[in-house]
Structures are given as structure tokens and as C-alpha cells.
Design a protein around this ligand. Structure first.
Ligand code: FES
Ligand code: FES
Length: 170
């Protein structure tokens, strides 16, 4: 079946087997380039390694039918590279030693990006509780959550500082 999507801002047409998941089409093709940032973990919707944005909302792509993406926008880490907020998050994860094997990192980054983008749009700053909530669907077997939460909190604080500087300049 043919599936028309906007993948990372570009119109694409996928050829997918009926019943194929969004994860399998993104990661395994047959179309190129393959989105290898999207990781295959549990394939039951429990680990978050396969998290992508579907129309701006985080979803576990292993439990979303590829056909569901027809006519919609799909965003993966590949499409967010160079985005200033994503760059801040990536740097913060590294600075806080929040990456060990890194298998969970793309999914975590998508979840944190979504949280911080929403908060930025609302002019709010997420607390640790909100950050932990955003990460509840992202399992990490090696680093745990203390360091990723600290990294996201640092980015949230930096965004708040930028907001108050901008407000002061007005
Ligand atoms: S691979 Fe999709 S949630 Fe685990
Ligand atoms: S860093 Fe290895 S699973 Fe999270």
C-alpha cells in the first residue's frame, strides 16, 4: 500500500506492507534514507525507544500502524538535528553524563523536546516532576533517570533565563 507522509518536513511516499508498523517502515525501509535514530526495543509500546512525533505528539512508533501516518507529519531525531532546542538538549545530556549505551537516548530526546517546546510555547518552566512525567514512557537500563532529569532541568532553566532576558529587553 502507498502511504503519503510529511517526514521531517518533506513530502514522501512510502510503499508499505499492509499491517506494517510505523517503526518498521521508518527504520527498515524499503525507502531510503532509513531513520535509524528510531530504535527497536520491546515492540510492545513499553520502552519508548521508538518514540517519534506524529503531528507533533510523541507516539511509540512500534504500536502505530504505518497506514495511520497517511496524510500526517512524522518527525524523527534526523529532522530535528540543528534545531536550537534539540541542540541544547543533546549537549545537556552529554554534559550531565546522561548517556551510556545511548539506545534510549533518541526516544528520550524526542519526549524531552516535546515537553520543552510545549512549555516554551506556554511560557512555563517544567519542574522535575513534569520532566519525570514526560519520561515515564522512556525506559533506560544503564543510566537511569537522575542524570537525564538533571539535564532537562538545566535546559529548562536556560530557556527560562533566556525568556527573562528577552522580557527585560522589551
Ligand atoms: S520499541 Fe516501541 S515502545 Fe519499545
Ligand atoms: S543509556 Fe543505555 S538504555 Fe539508556
Amino acid at each position: 500500500m502507498k502511504i503519503a507522509v510529511k517526514l521531517n518536513g518533506r513530502n514522501r511516499e512510502w510503499e508499505a506492507a499492509p499491517g506494517a508498523t510505523l517503526l518498521s517502515v521508518l527504520r527498515d525501509g524499503p525507502q531510503e534514507p532509513r531513520m535509524t535514530s528510531v530504535k527497536r526495543g520491546c515492540e510492545t509500546g513499553d520502552c519508548g525507544a521508538c518514540t517519534v512525533l506524529l503531528d507533533g505528539q510523541p507516539v511509540n512508533s512500534c504500536v502505530v500502524a504505518a497506514a495511520r501516518a497517511h496524510g500526517h507529519a512524522v518527525t524523527t531525531i534526523e529532522g530535528l538535528l540543528g534545531d536550537p532546542l534539540m541542540t541544547m538538549l543533546q549537549a545537556a545530556l552529554v554534559e550531565h553524563a546522561a548517556v551510556q549505551c545511548g539506545y534510549c537516548s533518541p526516544g528520550m530526546l524526542v519526549s524531552l523536546y516535546h515537553l520543552l517546546r510545549e512549555c516554551r510555547a506556554a511560557g512555563t518552566t517544567p519542574d522535575d516532576h513534569a520532566i519525570r512525567e514526560a519520561l515515564t514512557g522512556n525506559l533506560c537500563r544503564c543510566t537511569g533517570y537522575v542524570k537525564p532529569v538533571a539535564a532537562a532541568a538545566a535546559v529548562a532553566a536556560a530557556l527560562a533565563a533566556m525568556r527573562s532576558t528577552e522580557a527585560g529587553a522589551r
